[in-house]
Write a protein that binds this ligand. Sequence first.
Ligand code: ZN
Length: 524
Amino acid sequence: MTTYIPLKRFATTLTLIGAAFTAQAGNDSVPTNGDEWFAAGEQAVRKAKRERPNLRPAKNVILFVGDGMGISTVTAARILQGQLQGRDGEFNRLSFEQFTTLAHSVTASANQQTSDSAPTATAMVSGIKTNDGAISVDQSINRNEPSAQVTAAKSVRTILEQAEQRGLATGIVTTARVTHATPVVNYAHIGNRDWEADSNVPAGATVKDIARQLIEFPYGDGIDVVLGGGRSYFTPNTAKDPEYPTQVGRRNDGRDLTTEWTKRFPQAAYVWNKGAFDSINPNKTKHLLGLFERSHMRYEADRADDTAGEPSLAEMTEKAIKILSNNRKGFYLMVEGGRIDHAHHAGNAYRALTDAIALSDAVALAKKLTDDKDTLIIVTADHSHVFTIAGYPSRGNPILGKVAVDGVEQKDALGLPYTTLSYANGVGWTGGLQRKEYNPANEATVPANYAGTALRPDLTLVDTAQPNYMQEATVPMAAETHAGEDVGIYADGPHAFLFHGTQEQNVIYHVMAEALGFNNRRAW
Ligand SMILES: [Zn+2]
């Protein structure tokens, strides 16, 4: 596979570039023995040379965020998708990996080397960097700032608010709660990301809870499409949940924000199951609120098990684009694959990767429903995870399996087999098979006698490809953590070329504003 180019010949090649390249090509031929990789490499260069920066204004912007989708997650998801389809996984590419532009996003927040979702998502939609836990407020705010007035003074304008102000349509789609850190940065301003319902806000605070900020959103004609989980944050603590009748809502103020939604807007609808979602006619509905779970929606791997039925991320994206496209001025839409992150925290690569593939499917559909000429599509992550692809497995070795070379399982220094995928820290230190739902409050703690006894589990008889397997973690922790390295920004369409090199995460806002023509500071 290695193509040896002697230094002298390499220097000759350089002098020929820009000269009579085609005429000299025959004389300069390197011995490739008809290698297909060599031909594919040449073709890639020819394709790249045809690329021209697209300087058109963007009518629409779709910002896809894979929560926690670091580079290693993208690579492993690419391989898993290919292997599930019976193809060469290493050669496979996710939909957005075929985009023209790729840059690095530096995810450190104003006060964190490794960040949480609140400041990183704030950076993407508002153009600034702020502190951990902060939702579209600047870094001078205190995390538990109770005052509505102080919070307003420290609030920063978001791209969604600007879009509404200018008459564009806007939407938010996520598999997490619509009141969770990443989607909320579009519409809420609050010091503490956890204040999702009024019952989460300390007594005496005047700042409105996040769910209420969504329903009372003051710009333009309100957000047009909101689809995701988090139903219980919108309904009173006296109201039975329609899907889980033994449970009630989380609101102490007695308000049912779902009925307030349908009353506030003309041609509005609220849905909470797949059947009602499917029956929504995108040409007759102008304001759609869909809340398909009390908390987060299901992982893609578990979606078929849901009692009331849930749409896929791709189906929600399609419905949103069809409704928003009715606005001739254009639209801004954020789509979050919100649970890639949760599966990683739970040490479960299978669900993280299948949710990343679901995000790729949603991007592919968005690409099909829109036009390159007027729609800027960005795919990125808020932060990475401590997720690793390791060992020297042969090409084609099952990505969820144990490291094997030409079918022979490799052993560590203890003589034990090991998996290709693992985590630097987290819950998988037990070598456990029982996946636990990610919930920092009730995760098992590490036994006191564990320290110093950490021999690896013997995986010889363990099927590591089964969906509930938790990959091993080096440092035992109640939950796996985020990682601090850069994440990718994949972009296609008008002004996508402005992403280049290693850029701060808040540049994403500035490119969207430039593409949409919102960069006139005097307008705000
Ligand atoms: Zn996380």
